[in-house]
Ligand binder design. Sequence first.
Ligand code: HEC
Ligand code: HEC
Ligand code: HEC
Length: 158
Amino acid sequence: MRRSVVAILTVVAIGLLGAIQGFSSAGSKTDMCVPMGAIALKAPEGVQSQRSAVEFPHARHFDVACITCHHTWGRTEPIASCMTSGCHDVAELPKRKPGEPADRDAAVMYFKNAFHKSCIGCHKDMKAKALAQQKSLKTPARPPAKSGPTSCLECHPK
Ligand code: HEC
Ligand code: HEC
Ligand code: HEC
């Protein structure tokens, strides 16, 4: 009886210690909270969306280096959102000035271009590579390497 009380108290004490540690590190500049499930990606505030939000399975992408997507990350600070002010937060495609070539740097600040370029770009590349590899093999691998969706409705169900 006594032993089990001591055991319970020990468990409670360890739990409390853990909670205190958790509190003191929350909001710290060296710890980062990584979303594991699906992240709902939607247009920035103020945009009248034509399509439904995109369910992005974050952890399904962890075979890819974090820095591939989080390309401005310095590896010392917590990762910021793609639509952080000054990044891909522009709500409309910037107008091209007459007689001047399209400003590609400005165009990719437009959130839709950034996401389509990164998401669809990689999925198309992977699909092409998987097909090429499949063709080059004497005995094609079954199933072929996985790649992500490339058609509108697979990402935007509506
Ligand atoms: C295939 C692209 C991709 C890869 C690879 C990726 N992420 Fe992400 N991550 C995203 C996107 C997209 C978001 C959502 C950002 C937003 O809401 O603007 C996100 C969000 C995050 C956030 C939350 C940022 C916030 O909004 O506060 C963290 C933290 C994060 N990722 C960490 C990581 C880590 C660590 C890795 C590597 C293990 C990683 N990510 C790999 C695309 C990726
Ligand atoms: C650098 C490459 C890369 C980038 C960038 C990338 N993906 Fe993917 N994605 C993949 C690969 C590889 C898979 C297949 C993973 C698997 O099924 O194991 C995948 C799978 C998916 C799937 C399907 C998961 C399932 O259930 O079958 C969705 C949805 C998806 N990606 C959405 C996105 C979105 C949205 C973005 C942009 C924010 C994005 N991806 C960016 C490589 C990428
Ligand atoms: C790999 C996933 C993926 C595919 C495929 C994809 N999109 Fe998107 N799209 C996104 C993401 C992520 C965003 C940014 C978040 C948001 O607005 O939902 C976006 C944004 C948009 C936007 C701007 C926001 C809005 O809803 O008005 C439009 C329009 C759009 N997509 C249309 C399309 C069309 C049309 C296709 C097919 C030609 C397509 N998308 C294919 C992922 C995808």
